[in-house]
Design a protein around this ligand. Structure first.
Ligand code: NCC
Length: 277
């Protein structure tokens, strides 16, 4: 009885964070020339026809997974930062609908955000946390990495692109959802990783999300990324981002069986019914 009263689905907490992209009409951007850079399009085309989505973490244990075909069978495929598909198609597939990129990737010259082909012809959702209680005006001058300059260059170069900025307030609301889920265990006041932000951005648009190799499977191999040889377990278990809390919360939302999660590396998360939340 008391258990039932206390239980509130984590998927509802994630939905309520309302992770979203900034729109032209959002103050203060409605009064700033910068806001006119935001695309008028919606984040996704034909939202009603979206049935299944895949989120591909960049985890090292995707190497050898042979999940490429499964990943590509989804209506929408989300990837992160500069994670490549070329040369890794058998394991991670080749379809990319949207890339969630952090502000380091937008900013640092090595990634060449404004020109590199990997960031072209896909939807982009770029994020930077700014300060915890900062206003959007503050954010424009105090982002962790100045993503605005390259965002502007990119948008001017490709005016038809679907490249959006994620509302930093919604990133911190997501952090609050994580803290609520974690209960009395305090989590670090650092923003969630791109993977968890991506999940929260996608879930409202997608009835079913398969999140690949986010909760580590038995393929766990100590590598940071499937596309590099670097060994670093911190990438999987967390150091700066509240990654352990993110992954526990994602596992709490999972509806797939243990075989799927721990052998194949596939979490399945359903969008909660509005009546449930
Ligand atoms: O590594 P990253 O993350 O790009 O990974 C994308 C998403 O996959 C999850 N992941 C990754 C490796 C792994 N072994 N297990 C995982 O579950 C990550 O948690 C993340 O959700 C990021 O979130 O944006 C992040 O970006 C990198 C880095 O900036 C970019 O890759 C560009 O090089 C950050 N690393 C560093 O700053 C050194 C990482 O902390 C977060």
């Amino acid at each position: 009885d008391s258990f039932e009263e206390q239980y509130y689905p984590s998927s509802c907490l994630v939905m309520e964070a309302g992770v979203r992209v900034l729109r032209r009409k959002d103050p203060p951007f409605n009064k700033l020339p910068f806001g006119r850079l935001f695309p008028r399009q919606k984040l996704f085309r034909n939202v009603k026809s979206i049935k299944s989505c895949a989120i591909v973490s960049s985890a090292g244990s995707l190497a050898g997974s042979k999940l490429g075909r499964f990943i590509d069978s989804h209506d929408i495929v989300m990837r992160f930062n500069h994670a490549p598909t070329r040369g890794h198609e058998a394991d991670v597939g080749s379809k990319t609908t949207i890339r969630v990129v952090n502000s380091q990737v937008v900013t640092k010259t090595e990634f060449d955000f404004a020109h590199a082909p990997i960031f072209r012809n896909v939807t982009i959702a770029a994020w930077d946390p700014g300060r915890y209680n900062g206003t959007l005006e503050d954010w424009l001058t105090s982002a962790d990495y100045d993503l605005f300059t390259n965002y502007e260059i990119y948008r001017r170069r490709y005016p038809k692109s679907r490249a959006f900025l994620i509302d930093p307030h919604s990133v911190w609301r997501l952090w609050q959802s994580l803290q609520m889920f974690a209960g009395n265990r305090a989590i670090r006041r650092n923003p969630p990783s791109s993977g968890f932000i991506g999940l929260a951005l996608l879930l409202p648009h997608c009835p079913q999300v398969d999140f690949i190799e986010y909760v580590p499977s038995t393929r766990l191999n100590g590598r940071c990324h499937y596309y590099s040889k670097e060994m670093n377990s911190g990438c999987t278990f967390g150091s700066w981002h509240p990654l352990a809390a993110e992954k526990l919360m994602a596992l709490d939302m999972n509806v797939a069986d243990d075989m799927s999660v721990f052998q194949f590396g596939i979490l399945r998360i359903r969008r909660p019914d509005k009546l449930l939340c």
